[in-house]
Write a protein that binds this ligand. Structure first.
Ligand code: FAD
Length: 357
């Protein structure tokens, strides 16, 4: 039986960065990825999302990101990731959907159906895309129209002529509203008023990431970075605002009925479609057998090197690193976390090798 020094699960930005640094450090590892093709979650983004629309894709280590063209993000980024895997000879195996990781004394065993990989350490880089979150509202099952989540967004033409309730206060909701308003009748519903931020800069970003970092250190479920940064108003959003799209905002409804949604005060909006732009949760169900969660519901992470911004090591099991989780759930965060995780893996392996001499 081959025992790897590290197994990386997931080949998005965070997993590729981790694999790059593990390779550079000469650490024997394999990357297991659930998709059929390179591209992480980017290959599943909707067709109307161009490189110009994305908030900015960070460079991978040793490879500048493609620029802000009008080309589709769901083809440009995957092609770039594919070239990166080839050029750096990253040991990616796919498709492998990991269903659980179990603890076998000093070793960890990664299971995908009948197949297993045994390893001394694990870098989890599974992102959030496979865990769309839809909050429950009474009556949801009685709705006769269509309910879609961001993960299923079929592009604006699908909605032409329909009455659409868009739920959510994040970047996806704001972008959908901008696309849908010229074609459909839209109502925007959010739990909290959106916080627009026209003064967004690196310091605001750093501060926001620090707030999410604090939650993760305390073992709370991570909030999305946007929930603490607020929404930057790019030219597309400014144009949509000029059309009045964002003014028709209502607080959250109380229940869903067959033909629409109803508020606690009795008011009602008819809807053909409810579009849930309500975010994602970390895809960490396969780690459940390792009991990494704190009593507060999240996986507490600590930093194991000098980089105070980038905690990746699971408090409850230092063999496990989480990258692209919480404060590192962005392309730039994934990059940094990949490096921090590779260094933490090296530290863990060398301290254990030294102890066994
Ligand atoms: P992913 O890209 O999600 O990759 C995870 C990989 O793990 C996938 O290939 C998946 O198949 C695999 N995987 C998952 N579970 C398993 C399993 N059990 N077994 C095996 N493999 C598994 N960030 C930015 O910095 N800039 C942006 O413009 C931006 N735009 C965004 C737009 C949207 C709509 C969303 C939802 C997010 C956006 N983000 C953006 C956030 C950003 O996409 C992510 O934080 C980052 O790309 C995620 O990289 P990742 O490596 O953590 O995960």
């Amino acid at each position: 039986m081959h025992v790897y020094d590290a197994v990386v699960i997931g080949a998005g930005q965070a997993g590729l960065s981790a694999s790059f640094h593990l390779t550079r450090l000469g650490i024997d590892h394999v990357v297991l990825d659930g998709n059929d093709r390179p591209g992480g979650a980017w290959q599943h983004r909707w067709d109307s999302l161009s490189m110009h629309d994305v908030h900015g894709v960070a460079d991978l280590p040793d490879a500048p990101a493609p620029g802000g063209s009008r080309e589709r993000a769901n083809t440009v980024v995957p092609a770039w990731f594919g070239r990166y895997e080839d050029e750096h000879r990253l040991p990616v195996v796919r498709p492998v959907r990991v269903d659980r990781v179990s603890d076998d004394g000093d070793l960890l065993v990664v299971h995908a159906g009948e197949r297993t990989w045994t390893t001394r350490t694990l870098v989890n880089a599974t992102g959030t895309w496979t865990q769309p979150f839809v909050p429950y509202y009474p009556g949801a099952e009685t709705f006769l129209g269509e309910q879609l989540h961001t993960a299923d967004y079929p592009g604006p033409e699908h909605f032409r002529g329909k009455r659409v309730v868009v739920v959510g206060g994040g970047a996806s909701a704001v972008q959908f509203l901008g696309e849908l308003a010229p074609r459909t009748d839209v109502v925007w519903v959010t739990r909290r008023p959106p916080v627009w931020r026209d003064d967004f800069d690196e310091n605001v970003g750093r501060h926001a990431i620090g707030l999410v970092q604090e939650r993760v250190r305390e073992g709370l479920p991570p909030a999305s970075v946007v929930s603490v940064t607020g929404l930057a108003r790019r030219p597309q959003e400014q144009e949509a605002a000029r059309l009045g799209v964002y003014e028709r905002r209502r607080d959250m409804f109380a229940r869903i009925e067959p033909d629409g949604v109803r508020w606690a005060d009795g008011s009602f909006e008819r809807a053909d479609v409810i579009l849930w732009a309500t975010g994602f949760r970390p895809a960490v169900g396969h780690l459940a057998p390792l009991h990494l969660r704190s009593e507060r519901g999240g996986i507490a992470l600590l930093q194991s090197g000098a980089d105070v911004q980038t905690a990746t090591t699971a408090v409850r099991d230092p063999r496990v690193q989480l990258v692209g989780y919480g404060p590192s759930a962005s392309t730039i965060g994934g990059n940094r976390a990949g490096r921090a995780a590779a260094l933490a893996v090296r530290r863990f392996l060398s301290s254990h090798d030294a102890a066994n001499v």
